[in-house]
Design a protein around this ligand. Structure first.
Ligand code: PLP
Length: 411
Protein backbone atom coordinates (compact mmCIF):
# COMPACT_ATOMS: atom_id res chain seq x y z
CA UNK A 1 0.00 0.00 0.00
CA UNK A 2 1.07 3.57 -0.64
CA UNK A 3 2.02 5.86 2.23
CA UNK A 4 -0.98 8.03 3.16
CA UNK A 5 -0.44 11.26 1.24
CA UNK A 6 -0.33 14.57 3.06
CA UNK A 7 -3.29 16.74 2.19
CA UNK A 8 -2.60 20.30 3.20
CA UNK A 9 -5.52 22.42 4.40
CA UNK A 10 -4.87 24.86 1.56
CA UNK A 11 -5.62 21.95 -0.82
CA UNK A 12 -8.80 20.98 1.01
CA UNK A 13 -7.26 18.77 3.72
CA UNK A 14 -8.23 18.97 7.40
CA UNK A 15 -6.49 21.89 9.16
CA UNK A 16 -4.25 21.08 12.12
CA UNK A 17 -6.23 23.57 14.15
CA UNK A 18 -9.62 25.24 13.86
CA UNK A 19 -9.75 27.27 17.11
CA UNK A 20 -7.73 30.49 17.10
CA UNK A 21 -4.46 30.58 19.05
CA UNK A 22 -4.23 33.05 21.94
CA UNK A 23 -3.65 36.43 20.35
CA UNK A 24 -2.47 39.89 21.38
CA UNK A 25 -5.51 41.20 19.50
CA UNK A 26 -7.94 40.16 22.27
CA UNK A 27 -8.15 39.06 25.89
CA UNK A 28 -6.95 35.50 25.09
CA UNK A 29 -3.42 36.75 24.64
CA UNK A 30 -3.19 39.73 26.96
CA UNK A 31 -2.80 39.77 30.74
CA UNK A 32 -5.06 42.51 32.00
CA UNK A 33 -6.62 41.75 35.37
CA UNK A 34 -8.10 43.34 38.49
CA UNK A 35 -4.88 45.26 39.14
CA UNK A 36 -5.19 47.13 35.82
CA UNK A 37 -8.90 47.77 36.44
CA UNK A 38 -8.10 49.17 39.90
CA UNK A 39 -5.27 51.25 38.45
CA UNK A 40 -7.58 52.92 35.94
CA UNK A 41 -10.31 53.42 38.51
CA UNK A 42 -7.89 54.95 41.01
CA UNK A 43 -6.70 57.53 38.53
CA UNK A 44 -10.22 58.40 37.39
CA UNK A 45 -11.47 58.79 40.95
CA UNK A 46 -8.48 60.97 41.85
CA UNK A 47 -9.63 63.52 39.29
CA UNK A 48 -6.08 63.99 37.99
CA UNK A 49 -5.40 62.38 34.62
CA UNK A 50 -2.35 64.41 33.61
CA UNK A 51 1.17 63.32 34.50
CA UNK A 52 2.25 66.96 34.77
CA UNK A 53 0.71 67.00 38.25
CA UNK A 54 -0.04 63.31 38.82
CA UNK A 55 1.90 60.64 40.68
CA UNK A 56 1.53 57.50 38.56
CA UNK A 57 3.85 58.43 35.69
CA UNK A 58 6.66 59.66 37.98
CA UNK A 59 6.33 56.39 39.95
CA UNK A 60 6.42 54.38 36.72
CA UNK A 61 9.57 56.21 35.63
CA UNK A 62 11.31 55.32 38.91
CA UNK A 63 10.16 51.69 38.77
CA UNK A 64 11.13 51.19 35.14
CA UNK A 65 14.59 52.72 35.60
CA UNK A 66 15.13 50.43 38.59
CA UNK A 67 13.99 47.39 36.61
CA UNK A 68 16.31 48.03 33.65
CA UNK A 69 19.12 49.25 35.91
CA UNK A 70 19.50 52.82 34.64
CA UNK A 71 19.54 56.10 36.55
CA UNK A 72 16.51 57.52 34.76
CA UNK A 73 13.50 56.68 32.65
CA UNK A 74 11.39 59.19 30.73
CA UNK A 75 7.79 58.27 29.89
CA UNK A 76 6.01 59.40 26.73
CA UNK A 77 3.04 58.66 24.51
CA UNK A 78 4.32 55.88 22.20
CA UNK A 79 7.34 53.86 21.14
CA UNK A 80 7.74 56.16 18.16
CA UNK A 81 7.66 59.13 20.55
CA UNK A 82 10.31 57.40 22.70
CA UNK A 83 12.54 57.07 19.64
CA UNK A 84 11.84 60.70 18.71
CA UNK A 85 12.84 61.78 22.21
CA UNK A 86 16.08 59.81 21.89
CA UNK A 87 16.94 61.28 18.48
CA UNK A 88 16.06 64.77 19.70
CA UNK A 89 18.36 64.23 22.68
CA UNK A 90 21.19 63.34 20.27
CA UNK A 91 20.38 66.72 18.64
CA UNK A 92 21.80 66.18 15.15
CA UNK A 93 22.55 69.11 12.85
CA UNK A 94 20.33 69.10 9.75
CA UNK A 95 21.81 66.63 7.28
CA UNK A 96 23.75 64.66 9.89
CA UNK A 97 23.47 60.88 9.61
CA UNK A 98 22.10 58.20 11.92
CA UNK A 99 22.86 54.60 11.00
CA UNK A 100 20.03 52.12 11.47
CA UNK A 101 18.50 48.88 10.23
CA UNK A 102 16.20 48.26 7.24
CA UNK A 103 14.17 45.65 9.15
CA UNK A 104 12.04 47.24 11.87
CA UNK A 105 8.87 49.20 12.46
CA UNK A 106 9.00 52.58 10.68
CA UNK A 107 8.81 54.15 14.14
CA UNK A 108 12.55 53.46 14.26
CA UNK A 109 13.27 55.63 11.23
CA UNK A 110 10.76 58.48 10.97
CA UNK A 111 12.04 60.25 14.11
CA UNK A 112 15.45 60.57 12.41
CA UNK A 113 13.82 62.38 9.47
CA UNK A 114 11.61 64.46 11.75
CA UNK A 115 14.81 65.83 13.31
CA UNK A 116 16.07 66.58 9.78
CA UNK A 117 18.76 63.93 9.92
CA UNK A 118 19.40 61.30 7.26
CA UNK A 119 18.76 57.61 7.98
CA UNK A 120 21.67 55.52 6.67
CA UNK A 121 20.83 51.82 6.36
CA UNK A 122 23.39 49.17 7.20
CA UNK A 123 22.87 45.51 6.36
CA UNK A 124 21.88 42.83 8.84
CA UNK A 125 22.89 39.38 9.98
CA UNK A 126 21.34 36.80 7.62
CA UNK A 127 19.82 34.74 10.44
CA UNK A 128 18.83 37.16 13.22
CA UNK A 129 18.05 40.17 11.02
CA UNK A 130 19.92 42.35 13.53
CA UNK A 131 22.47 45.00 12.48
CA UNK A 132 25.83 43.61 11.42
CA UNK A 133 28.55 45.61 13.26
CA UNK A 134 30.92 45.32 10.27
CA UNK A 135 28.27 46.87 8.00
CA UNK A 136 27.67 49.61 10.57
CA UNK A 137 31.41 50.32 10.80
CA UNK A 138 31.61 50.61 7.01
CA UNK A 139 28.73 53.13 6.99
CA UNK A 140 30.28 55.57 9.47
CA UNK A 141 31.23 58.98 8.00
CA UNK A 142 32.27 62.31 9.53
CA UNK A 143 28.53 63.20 9.57
CA UNK A 144 27.45 60.17 11.61
CA UNK A 145 25.95 61.28 14.92
CA UNK A 146 24.50 58.02 16.25
CA UNK A 147 23.71 54.37 15.64
CA UNK A 148 20.13 53.22 16.24
CA UNK A 149 20.02 49.44 16.74
CA UNK A 150 16.89 47.29 16.98
CA UNK A 151 16.68 44.02 18.91
CA UNK A 152 14.52 42.34 16.28
CA UNK A 153 11.74 40.00 17.46
CA UNK A 154 13.31 39.97 20.94
CA UNK A 155 16.77 38.68 19.98
CA UNK A 156 19.49 41.05 21.22
CA UNK A 157 21.60 42.72 18.54
CA UNK A 158 25.40 42.53 19.08
CA UNK A 159 25.02 45.57 21.27
CA UNK A 160 28.31 45.47 23.19
CA UNK A 161 30.22 45.40 19.89
CA UNK A 162 28.12 48.29 18.63
CA UNK A 163 28.79 50.24 21.82
CA UNK A 164 32.55 49.76 21.44
CA UNK A 165 32.31 50.90 17.83
CA UNK A 166 30.32 54.00 18.81
CA UNK A 167 32.73 54.82 21.63
CA UNK A 168 35.68 54.56 19.22
CA UNK A 169 34.00 57.12 16.96
CA UNK A 170 32.63 59.34 19.73
CA UNK A 171 29.01 58.87 18.64
CA UNK A 172 25.91 57.86 20.58
CA UNK A 173 24.14 54.48 20.57
CA UNK A 174 20.34 54.30 20.75
CA UNK A 175 18.70 50.91 21.40
CA UNK A 176 15.19 50.24 20.11
CA UNK A 177 13.97 47.68 22.65
CA UNK A 178 10.29 47.79 21.63
CA UNK A 179 10.38 44.05 20.91
CA UNK A 180 12.93 43.07 23.54
CA UNK A 181 11.84 43.74 27.14
CA UNK A 182 14.20 42.00 29.60
CA UNK A 183 16.33 40.45 26.85
CA UNK A 184 19.81 39.75 28.22
CA UNK A 185 22.95 41.19 26.66
CA UNK A 186 25.65 39.66 28.84
CA UNK A 187 24.85 40.52 32.45
CA UNK A 188 22.62 43.52 31.59
CA UNK A 189 19.21 43.94 30.06
CA UNK A 190 19.07 45.52 26.64
CA UNK A 191 18.41 49.24 26.90
CA UNK A 192 21.25 49.98 29.29
CA UNK A 193 24.19 49.17 27.02
CA UNK A 194 23.57 52.09 24.68
CA UNK A 195 23.31 55.72 25.80
CA UNK A 196 19.52 55.61 25.32
CA UNK A 197 17.09 52.65 25.33
CA UNK A 198 13.57 52.98 23.91
CA UNK A 199 10.50 50.87 24.71
CA UNK A 200 6.90 50.72 23.45
CA UNK A 201 3.62 49.95 25.20
CA UNK A 202 1.59 49.50 22.02
CA UNK A 203 -1.04 46.76 21.93
CA UNK A 204 1.20 43.97 20.56
CA UNK A 205 4.30 44.35 22.76
CA UNK A 206 5.19 42.15 25.76
CA UNK A 207 3.29 44.56 28.01
CA UNK A 208 0.84 47.19 26.90
CA UNK A 209 -1.35 50.11 27.87
CA UNK A 210 -2.70 50.57 24.34
CA UNK A 211 -0.02 53.09 23.47
CA UNK A 212 2.86 54.52 25.44
CA UNK A 213 6.64 54.68 25.50
CA UNK A 214 9.64 54.81 27.82
CA UNK A 215 13.27 55.82 27.33
CA UNK A 216 16.00 54.84 29.77
CA UNK A 217 19.37 56.53 30.20
CA UNK A 218 22.12 57.08 32.74
CA UNK A 219 22.85 60.56 31.42
CA UNK A 220 21.04 63.37 33.26
CA UNK A 221 21.58 65.86 30.42
CA UNK A 222 20.02 63.52 27.85
CA UNK A 223 17.15 62.81 30.25
CA UNK A 224 16.48 66.50 30.82
CA UNK A 225 16.50 67.21 27.10
CA UNK A 226 13.99 64.40 26.57
CA UNK A 227 11.71 65.65 29.34
CA UNK A 228 11.69 69.07 27.76
CA UNK A 229 11.18 67.67 24.25
CA UNK A 230 8.13 65.73 25.46
CA UNK A 231 6.65 68.89 26.98
CA UNK A 232 7.05 71.68 24.39
CA UNK A 233 10.41 72.69 25.79
CA UNK A 234 8.70 74.03 28.90
CA UNK A 235 11.06 74.02 31.91
CA UNK A 236 8.39 73.56 34.55
CA UNK A 237 11.00 73.02 37.27
CA UNK A 238 11.94 76.73 36.95
CA UNK A 239 8.38 78.06 37.36
CA UNK A 240 8.75 80.08 34.16
CA UNK A 241 6.21 79.85 31.39
CA UNK A 242 8.75 79.79 28.61
CA UNK A 243 9.80 77.41 25.82
CA UNK A 244 13.45 76.59 25.40
CA UNK A 245 13.61 74.79 22.02
CA UNK A 246 11.42 73.41 19.25
CA UNK A 247 9.57 70.40 20.64
CA UNK A 248 6.23 68.63 20.91
CA UNK A 249 3.76 67.32 23.44
CA UNK A 250 4.53 63.64 23.87
CA UNK A 251 3.34 63.32 27.47
CA UNK A 252 2.08 60.01 28.86
CA UNK A 253 -1.26 60.23 30.69
CA UNK A 254 -1.79 59.04 34.25
CA UNK A 255 -4.20 56.37 32.98
CA UNK A 256 -1.47 54.87 30.82
CA UNK A 257 1.08 55.23 33.59
CA UNK A 258 -1.11 53.42 36.11
CA UNK A 259 -1.92 50.55 33.73
CA UNK A 260 1.73 50.21 32.82
CA UNK A 261 2.75 49.96 36.49
CA UNK A 262 0.34 47.03 36.87
CA UNK A 263 1.69 45.49 33.66
CA UNK A 264 5.30 45.80 34.91
CA UNK A 265 4.47 43.35 37.70
CA UNK A 266 3.55 40.80 35.03
CA UNK A 267 6.49 41.39 32.69
CA UNK A 268 8.92 38.75 33.96
CA UNK A 269 6.16 36.13 33.85
CA UNK A 270 5.25 37.12 30.29
CA UNK A 271 8.88 36.77 29.20
CA UNK A 272 9.35 33.45 31.04
CA UNK A 273 6.19 31.95 29.54
CA UNK A 274 7.08 33.10 26.01
CA UNK A 275 10.53 31.56 26.44
CA UNK A 276 9.15 28.26 27.74
CA UNK A 277 6.76 28.00 24.80
CA UNK A 278 9.53 28.89 22.34
CA UNK A 279 11.89 26.27 23.77
CA UNK A 280 9.21 23.63 23.24
CA UNK A 281 8.68 24.78 19.64
CA UNK A 282 12.39 24.85 18.88
CA UNK A 283 12.81 21.31 20.24
CA UNK A 284 9.84 20.15 18.19
CA UNK A 285 11.13 21.73 15.00
CA UNK A 286 14.69 20.45 15.14
CA UNK A 287 15.95 18.45 12.21
CA UNK A 288 13.64 19.85 9.53
CA UNK A 289 15.66 20.29 6.34
CA UNK A 290 15.77 23.90 5.18
CA UNK A 291 14.27 25.36 8.38
CA UNK A 292 16.32 27.14 11.05
CA UNK A 293 14.61 27.94 14.38
CA UNK A 294 15.67 31.18 16.11
CA UNK A 295 19.14 30.96 17.70
CA UNK A 296 18.88 31.44 21.46
CA UNK A 297 21.69 31.60 24.05
CA UNK A 298 19.19 32.22 26.81
CA UNK A 299 18.86 35.79 25.57
CA UNK A 300 15.78 35.77 23.28
CA UNK A 301 12.44 37.07 24.61
CA UNK A 302 10.29 36.12 21.60
CA UNK A 303 8.13 39.07 20.68
CA UNK A 304 7.56 36.86 17.66
CA UNK A 305 8.97 33.47 16.68
CA UNK A 306 10.99 33.89 13.45
CA UNK A 307 11.94 30.84 11.38
CA UNK A 308 14.52 31.10 8.61
CA UNK A 309 13.83 29.14 5.44
CA UNK A 310 16.49 28.07 3.03
CA UNK A 311 14.55 28.64 -0.19
CA UNK A 312 16.75 26.19 -2.13
CA UNK A 313 15.49 23.42 0.17
CA UNK A 314 12.21 24.63 1.68
CA UNK A 315 10.79 26.45 -1.33
CA UNK A 316 8.73 29.60 -1.55
CA UNK A 317 8.34 31.75 1.56
CA UNK A 318 4.91 33.11 0.69
CA UNK A 319 3.62 29.66 -0.17
CA UNK A 320 4.73 28.59 3.32
CA UNK A 321 2.91 31.49 4.94
CA UNK A 322 -0.30 30.74 3.06
CA UNK A 323 -0.12 27.02 3.77
CA UNK A 324 0.54 27.49 7.50
CA UNK A 325 -2.23 30.05 7.84
CA UNK A 326 -4.62 27.59 6.19
CA UNK A 327 -3.62 25.01 8.83
CA UNK A 328 -4.86 27.44 11.51
CA UNK A 329 -1.40 28.80 12.41
CA UNK A 330 -1.17 32.41 11.23
CA UNK A 331 2.19 33.06 9.60
CA UNK A 332 3.72 36.10 8.01
CA UNK A 333 6.16 35.83 5.11
CA UNK A 334 8.90 38.45 5.32
CA UNK A 335 7.51 40.64 8.17
CA UNK A 336 7.60 43.71 5.89
CA UNK A 337 6.53 44.32 2.29
CA UNK A 338 9.97 45.78 1.60
CA UNK A 339 12.98 46.93 3.59
CA UNK A 340 12.14 50.24 5.27
CA UNK A 341 14.10 52.13 2.61
CA UNK A 342 11.78 50.65 -0.04
CA UNK A 343 8.64 52.17 1.53
CA UNK A 344 7.23 55.04 -0.57
CA UNK A 345 7.99 57.68 2.10
CA UNK A 346 11.72 56.97 1.80
CA UNK A 347 12.05 55.60 -1.72
CA UNK A 348 10.11 58.54 -3.21
CA UNK A 349 11.34 61.01 -0.54
CA UNK A 350 7.87 62.10 0.57
CA UNK A 351 8.83 64.41 3.43
CA UNK A 352 8.19 68.17 3.72
CA UNK A 353 6.09 69.62 0.92
CA UNK A 354 7.80 68.84 -2.37
CA UNK A 355 11.28 69.57 -0.97
CA UNK A 356 12.29 65.93 -0.41
CA UNK A 357 14.35 67.37 2.47
CA UNK A 358 16.67 65.98 3.86
CA UNK A 359 16.72 63.17 1.32
CA UNK A 360 16.95 65.15 -1.95
CA UNK A 361 20.48 63.88 -2.61
CA UNK A 362 20.02 60.48 -0.96
CA UNK A 363 19.51 57.27 -2.94
CA UNK A 364 18.11 54.07 -1.45
CA UNK A 365 18.46 51.73 -4.46
CA UNK A 366 17.16 48.16 -4.46
CA UNK A 367 20.02 45.89 -3.40
CA UNK A 368 21.27 48.40 -0.81
CA UNK A 369 21.14 45.78 1.98
CA UNK A 370 21.17 42.35 0.31
CA UNK A 371 20.84 40.25 3.48
CA UNK A 372 17.81 42.27 4.59
CA UNK A 373 16.19 41.96 1.17
CA UNK A 374 16.84 38.22 1.06
CA UNK A 375 15.25 37.81 4.51
CA UNK A 376 12.18 39.86 3.61
CA UNK A 377 11.67 38.39 0.15
CA UNK A 378 12.66 34.77 0.61
CA UNK A 379 13.66 33.60 4.07
CA UNK A 380 11.93 35.14 7.07
CA UNK A 381 8.81 33.30 8.22
CA UNK A 382 7.35 34.99 11.28
CA UNK A 383 4.97 33.22 13.64
CA UNK A 384 3.06 35.33 16.18
CA UNK A 385 4.06 34.36 19.72
CA UNK A 386 2.24 34.61 23.02
CA UNK A 387 2.66 34.18 26.78
CA UNK A 388 -0.62 32.31 26.96
CA UNK A 389 0.30 29.51 24.53
CA UNK A 390 -0.24 26.15 26.26
CA UNK A 391 1.89 23.10 25.52
CA UNK A 392 -0.88 21.86 23.29
CA UNK A 393 -0.99 25.20 21.42
CA UNK A 394 2.76 24.91 20.79
CA UNK A 395 2.33 21.29 19.72
CA UNK A 396 -0.21 22.48 17.13
CA UNK A 397 2.28 25.04 15.83
CA UNK A 398 4.94 22.32 15.56
CA UNK A 399 2.53 19.87 13.94
CA UNK A 400 1.47 22.46 11.37
CA UNK A 401 5.05 23.37 10.43
CA UNK A 402 5.93 19.67 10.16
CA UNK A 403 2.85 18.99 8.07
CA UNK A 404 3.55 21.87 5.68
CA UNK A 405 7.16 20.72 5.48
CA UNK A 406 5.99 17.23 4.58
CA UNK A 407 3.57 18.65 2.03
CA UNK A 408 5.82 21.22 0.37
CA UNK A 409 9.36 19.90 0.86
CA UNK A 410 9.53 16.17 1.46
CA UNK A 411 6.65 15.18 -0.81
C1 PLP B 1 6.37 48.80 17.90
C2 PLP B 1 7.71 49.26 17.47
C3 PLP B 1 8.02 50.61 17.34
C4 PLP B 1 6.98 51.71 17.43
O1 PLP B 1 6.30 51.72 18.64
P1 PLP B 1 4.85 52.41 18.70
O2 PLP B 1 4.54 52.35 20.16
O3 PLP B 1 3.95 51.57 17.86
O4 PLP B 1 4.99 53.79 18.20
C5 PLP B 1 9.31 50.97 17.03
N1 PLP B 1 10.26 50.05 16.85
C6 PLP B 1 10.01 48.74 16.95
C7 PLP B 1 11.12 47.77 16.77
C8 PLP B 1 8.71 48.29 17.25
O5 PLP B 1 8.48 46.97 17.33
Amino acid sequence: MDEPTIRLARDGGTPVRTTPLPSVMNATGRRFGDEEVKAVEGVLRSGMLSSTWGTEVPALEREFAALIGTKQAVACSSGTAALHLAVAAVNPEPGDEIITTPISDMGTVFPILLQNAVPVFADVDPVTGNLDPAAVAAAITPRTKAVLAVHLFGKPAPIHELRELCDRHGILLIEDCAQAYLAAAGDAFVGRIGHLGCFSLQQTKHISAGDGGLVVTDDPALARRMRLFADKGWPRDTNERTYLFLSLNYRMTELVGAVTRAQLARLQGVVDDRRTAAARATAGLSGLAGITPPPDNGDHVYWQYPLILDPAVAGDLHEWATALTAEGIPANGGYLTSPLYGAPALRDRVTYGASQYPLADVEYPPGLCPNAEELINRRLLVLPWNENYTESDVDDVVAAVRKVHAGLVTA
